[in-house]
Design a protein. Structure first.
Lengths: 284, 435
């Protein structure tokens, strides 16, 4: 009987474990296996070749594409953080009414209510040559000819990604900030700390786990992005995800798989780096 | 149906009858019109149990055609609209998912070696001899299309035997696809924004349209447009645009990269809708386009011309083929569908969208003389031109861009292609996109 009791936790985690094994671990293992296969234009054959990795790792395209993807990651992460912290701060410290807090928090989810198709069409009248922004700029006499780089550019890609993923930064930071014991702030005030000192010495360190969780979300999501990059970049901008997508579209599965494995490794490395700066577990 | 023996007919008929009786009896009271006598009626309607599953691209999977076919033929069709890439992927990797493959000829060098298609028995296609001869013999009134480059439908039309996956350079009794729809593609432009007529592919690289052009981002099609432009602009020549050497691919990629660096392109598009959006919003004023996209732009009352260019057209053609797993009654139904498809109604439907039918003479019977004159003869429209969905495309007096069927189809100089160096091409194309 006691033996059964000891096994109970394992039974509890079993369903989740099985689901993860079948739908997460197994596919990743398969991708790993396929990445060593050979392929021609229309089929792939089981083999053990390092050609795919050689192709991925020696191609100048890979380096350029990764650099470009990192550029998006850094820009999107920085902008998301710069936007999300004040928003989360405002929500948790400046709004006292819990109901209003929830309503405002939900408003932050609006970007998820639209599909990629809608977004694709909706950004044109805003950022396009004859879009709202350009009309405002020319109307105010700031520019003479419409600014073309607002749409189908790196700028547009970053705007699109921030719009999509800022929420993933807001939510964990908001969560961290809500958990801060308000008495700590009162104590700091009693000790004569200035507003900036409280932010720097009390709030920021306690928000660190939220920031790092948000960073993990944003970094991993942007690393794998392809549809937003394609639509907002007008197909002219490269990202690793888009590269893989094109290869899959051309039936080059083993090459795409090798690329995916490399992408996974790089992304995990980034996650480890983030986790090393902040011990999320300890501070939760 | 000819091959069904009497014995088999009775067997399946009885089985179907038993099935019908069983199901009908449980749902309808006896002796009502909903519970009809079995016997003869069941024999004629046995194929009603068949459902043919199609895969194809968005331009070919049309509900109106499906409904009409179900009505005329009595069995069910199930259509799945996919992107060109997905369509090929499923055709090659998931043969169990479809009965009829509706795809482009240029995808055949990839699909046929997979062994997932079965050879069509030409003797079972009633109107085969009436199909536009370019598809069946490679000839077309001595016009330039006869010397066109790329994956021309004729070169991948025939197989060497009933179980072969090898193309035959000369006609045999076994075919890969029955032609379904095809067209001559070219550049589309907004005359109100370009301010002049576009007469050559080279315009895509013209300084005056800098930052306002687009090209499509599907390697096998985009490269053909790029090759037409580069050749027209005198930047390079090809021995065979339809089968470039590695060196030629390197060179054309360099040219494309340079154009991209100089900001010649506004965007690249991958789907039909994207190209329409680019054009209607005015973000792009000159780009590679598909004909229904031009129609869609015009439907928004924006002027858009599908330019007849002096170098000629880029052709594409799609057809339907049989999955390896089709047999028995379903196979018969598939042939029945093919014959129905070439019978004219479908041809007229496609014709009203601006595509061409494999057998124009049967399509003609289903079109009004005015429609025929506009779409095929290049005559001014005698009355308003309405598409099959009820939209007015052109007012009376309008003339089709590029003129008649002969002028357009006959001047195709290159086809969408799968080259020997396809893998290398995709790699270089990615390089261009990433640059």
């Amino acid at each position: 009987m006691s033996k059964l009791k000891a096994l109970r936790p394992y039974f509890l985690v079993a369903p989740q474990t099985i689901v993860l094994l079948i739908f997460l671990v197994l596919p990743i293992v398969l991708i790993g296996v396929v990445s060593f296969w050979e392929f021609n234009g229309y089929s792939m054959t089981p083999a053990f070749t390092l050609d795919n990795y050689r192709g991925v790792l020696t191609s100048s395209v890979t380096l350029d594409t990764y650099l470009n993807t990192f550029k998006y990651v850094v820009l999107v992460w920085a902008v998301c953080l710069a936007m999300a912290f004040p928003v989360a701060y405002f929500l948790s410290f400046c709004i006292d009414n819990p109901r209003l807090q929830v309503i405002l928090f939900l408003i932050c989810t609006i970007p998820f209510w639209t599909s990629n198709i809608i977004r694709m069409i909706a950004w044109i009248p805003v950022l396009g040559r004859e879009g709202l922004v350009n009309q405002a700029l020319t109307g105010l006499g700031l520019v003479e000819t419409p600014v073309a780089w607002l749409l189908y550019s790196d700028f547009a890609v970053v705007v699109g990604l921030v719009y999509l993923y800022a929420f993933f930064m807001i939510a964990p930071i908001f969560n961290s900030l809500m958990r801060i014991d308000r008495r700590l702030i009162t104590a700091a005030q009693d000790m004569g700390a200035s507003g900036f000192q409280i932010l720097k010495e009390v709030i920021l360190p306690l928000a660190a786990p939220g920031i790092s969780i948000g960073s993990i979300f944003v970094v991993t999501l942007v690393m794998g992005e392809f549809i937003t990059v394609r639509l907002m970049g007008g197909g002219q901008s490269a990202s690793v995800g888009k590269l893989i997508n094109t290869q899959i579209g051309s039936l080059q599965y083993p090459l795409a798989a090798a690329n995916a494995v490399v992408l996974l490794a790089v992304t995990l490395l980034l996650v480890v780096l983030i986790l090393r700066t902040v011990d999320v577990r300890k501070e939760m | 149906m000819a091959k069904v023996t009497r014995r088999k007919m009775i067997q399946t008929g009885l089985a179907a009858g038993a099935f019908l009786t069983a199901t009908r009896c449980s749902s309808a009271p006896k002796g009502t019109p909903n519970n009809p006598a079995t016997g003869p009626e069941v024999n004629t309607n046995q194929s009603k149990e068949v459902t043919l599953r199609f895969i194809g691209t968005g331009v070919s999977q049309i509900n109106e055609i499906r409904d009409k076919a179900q009505e005329d033929l009595g069995f069910k069709l199930d259509m799945r609209a996919l992107s060109t890439e997905e369509n090929n992927q499923i055709a090659i990797t998931q043969p169990g998912q479809y009965d009829i493959f509706d795809g482009e000829y240029f995808s055949l060098p990839l699909v046929v070696p997979s062994g997932n298609l079965q050879a069509l028995d030409i003797s079972r296609i009633k109107n085969w001899d009436k199909i536009v001869p370019f598809f069946t013999t490679g000839k077309f009134k001595g016009m330039p299309v006869e010397n066109s480059q790329g994956t021309t439908p004729f070169t991948v039309m025939y197989l060497t035997g009933p179980d072969s996956t090898e193309f035959s350079p000369t006609p045999t009794d076994y075919a890969t696809l029955v032609p379904f729809q095809y067209n001559a593609d070219t550049l589309g432009y907004r005359p109100d924004l370009t301010g002049r007529q576009i007469e050559s592919w080279s315009a895509l690289f013209d300084e005056e349209f800098k930052g306002k052009t687009s090209i499509l981002d599907i390697p096998q099609i985009g490269i053909m447009d790029a090759a037409m432009v580069a050749e027209a602009a005198g930047l390079m020549t090809f021995a065979d645009k339809g089968n470039m050497t590695k060196k030629e691919i390197d060179q054309i990629t360099e040219i494309l990269k340079e154009q991209k660096r100089n900001g010649q392109f506004r965007a690249f598009w991958k789907t039909f809708d994207e190209s329409v959006n680019l054009m209607t919003s005015g973000e792009v004023i000159l780009q590679s386009m598909w004909s229904p996209a031009v129609t869609a732009v015009r439907a928004k009352e924006i002027e858009c011309i599908y330019a007849p260019l002096k170098e000629g057209y880029r052709g594409w053609g799609g057809g339907i083929g049989l999955s390896q797993n089709l047999e028995g009654m379903a196979l018969d139904a598939a042939y029945e569908y093919m014959n129905w498809m070439l019978d004219g109604w479908v041809g007229s439907f496609l014709g009203r969208q601006g595509y061409y039918s494999a057998v124009p003479e049967t399509a003609k019977e289903y079109m009004t003389p005015e429609e025929w004159a506009y779409w095929y003869e290049g005559e001014p429209a005698a009355s308003d031109i309405v598409d099959p969905f009820g939209n007015t495309l052109e007012k009376a007096g309008a003339v089709r861009d590029g003129g008649s069927f002969e002028e357009r189809f006959g001047n195709i100089v290159v086809w969408n292609s799968t080259m020997d160096e396809n893998t290398y091409l995709v790699q270089k194309w990615n390089e261009f996109i990433a640059s």
